[in-house]
Design a protein around this ligand. Sequence first.
Ligand code: HEC
Length: 160
Amino acid sequence: MREGPAWPHRDKLPGTPRFCMRRSIRFVLLTLTVIFFAAQLKQPDLSNPKGHNFKAPRAVEDSLRRACFDCHSHKTVWPWYSQISPVSWFVSKHIVEARKRLNFSRWTNDPEEAANTLGEACDQMRAGQMPPKSYTAMHPEAELSKAEVDAFCKWAINGQ
Ligand code: HEC
């Protein structure tokens, strides 16, 4: 008698457990694909509002643009992955929230309010709270050096 697989294609036969599992994996993958494409139809508004009235010395503005403007201004740069559902839903909600708290593009005319906000921004940078770690993980260039934070704080506290 010859040894060997009795029936090489046995796994693919209807009714065997492996056949059923393959079919359900295929079904789940197909369902997920359909959901993914359907989700693309629901996109939040990713356009930037107009206007930007924040003025600062070049170096300060550069630091803020690198580390803060994506969330706290109308100058958000939307990377490709932020335009794909469901990432786009989370990112746009996060940015709406961030702009509500602090928006450099709708900067106040009130010197006292401006000084308070800049002081708070300095505190957040020094505490390592802002920019958020989840953001610098994707945008390493947003990491500010201690010298850059010090320069910002010096300007924020003394010389606007
Ligand atoms: C990835 C988005 C993102 C970036 C980048 C970012 N922030 Fe924020 N920031 C938020 C969100 C969301 C909130 C509101 C929720 C919270 O307090 O965590 C916030 C809140 C704040 C607040 C208010 C804190 C409070 O307790 O009320 C300050 C001040 C602030 N950010 C400053 C900055 C500064 C300065 C930078 C740049 C160095 C920066 N943020 C970068 C998302 C961001």
